[in-house]
Design a protein around this ligand. Structure first.
Ligand SMILES: Cc1cc2nc3c(=O)[nH]c(=O)nc-3n(C[C@H](O)[C@H](O)[C@H](O)COP(=O)(O)OP(=O)(O)OC[C@H]3O[C@@H](n4cnc5c(N)ncnc54)[C@H](O)[C@@H]3O)c2cc1C
Length: 337
């Protein structure tokens, strides 16, 4: 391996160079920033346009809107957070809107043009928006440029991701890769788990891979959202019969303070086994790891018992089956973790 003038050799090399933000192929795209620059802006924007609908787009929309920027999110899909449960997505968009974020769904950005103090954003609907700042958050690609992977003959997927086997070994046996650069699940705890799996494979007694099923995930939107397991649509596709419990309510702390904020809970249970197939919640501190304490709850009402299967100890701020358990307790279901 060459680093400037230095040359290094090693029995094993692990590539963990992460990912980089994608930019849209439109005129004027260079006028926009990405999340990489969002924390080092020269001026706070009064009018912000965010392009994208994933968790990075909704998280930044919440941050800037909360700090007083007039924030508009443009997304080519029908709702934010593709892949999450539809009810949770709808609830989040509705609550964000209530907090002041404007949305343009089913809309593409055709071009950005420089205007004094900012950019004009031309939309596929014919509408033009003016913004002090445009941020694009349309996805990320593996960071592989400049590594000389082609010269080494390291196989890559169409996305550019380094192709690895179950032990994270690339097509060149002494080279391993983990994290965003292999483009499996792009989350910090997963990158850490993959690193631990490689060290176990290379230096431990037994090879244990990483379990990518049922990863508890939190989105630090406002309100925040937490999810684990299947969406209702995928549960319907997988099981013959399911039961869906869902509710919206005002959390006690907001009732007392008079804040107009709601929370949403949804539990999907496969029947007749009563196994929890998916749990989704938004608002009311849903991403807070303290919800784990509520997993000790043993409410029992309506004769439904919920068995919570194993969830990997990895997630964005949630370290156990807390979201499922807290949601199950929210419905007063008897909960076995
Ligand atoms: C805005 C944003 C918010 C996120 N929020 C969350 C969150 O809340 N929770 C969560 O779990 N995940 C979150 N993620 C995802 C998370 O950051 C990544 O999944 C995680 O960092 C991947 O780890 P990694 O080690 O693969 O890559 P990285 O953490 O990106 O580390 C890669 C490192 O390699 C360095 N590097 C790159 N190329 C070279 C080179 N040629 N030579 C030397 N060094 C190089 C980079 O500078 C970087 O330091 C977020 C990502 C973004 C962009």
């Amino acid at each position: 391996m060459a680093v400037d003038e230095a040359r290094y050799t090693a029995r094993f090399i692990i590539i963990a160079t992460g990912s980089r933000p994608m930019r849209p192929d439109i005129p004027g795209q260079e006028l926009a920033v990405t999340s990489d620059e969002a924390f080092s802006l020269p001026h706070f924007p009064k009018r912000l346009v965010i392009v994208g609908g994933g968790y990075i787009a909704v998280e930044f929309a919440g941050i800037f809107n909360g700090m007083g920027a007039h924030t508009t999110l443009i997304h080519r899909g029908t709702l934010v957070l593709r892949g999450f449960d539809d009810d949770a997505r709808g609830f989040l968009a509705e609550q964000m809107q209530k907090k002041g974020v404007s949305f343009r769904f089913d809309t593409e950005v055709n071009a950005l043009t420089r205007i004094p103090g900012g950019s004009r954003v031309s939309l596929s609907t014919g509408e033009d928006l003016e913004a002090d700042l445009v941020m694009v958050a349309i996805g990320r690609v593996p960071q592989v440029s400049g590594l000389g992977l082609d010269a080494l003959g390291i196989a890559r997927a169409e996305s550019g991701a380094i192709v690895v086997n179950d032990e994270y070994r690339s097509s060149v046996p002494s080279v391993y890769a983990i994290g965003d650069v292999i483009d499996r699940v792009r989350l910090t705890p997963l990158a850490i788990a993959e690193g631990m799996a490689v060290s176990r494979c290379l230096f431990g007694n037994a090879a244990h891979g990483v379990d990518y099923d049922n990863i508890p995930t939190a989105v630090f939107s406002q309100p925040e959202l937490a999810t684990v397991g299947l969406t209702e649509a995928s549960a319907r596709a997988r099981f013959d019969q399911i039961k869906v419990y869902k509710t919206r309510f005002t959390p006690l702390k907001y009732t007392l303070s008079g804040r107009d904020e709601r929370a949403f809970l949804k539990l999907i249970v496969a029947t007749p086994s009563d196994r929890v197939a998916g749990a989704h919640g938004a608002g009311g501190g849903r991403s807070d790891p303290r919800h784990r304490h509520r997993s000790q709850g043993r409410g029992h009402q309506g004769g439904v018992r919920c068995h919570l299967g194993h969830t990997p100890h990895a997630g964005r701020g949630i370290r156990d089956s807390a979201p499922v358990a807290s949601i199950a307790c929210g419905f007063n279901l008897q909960t076995h973790v």
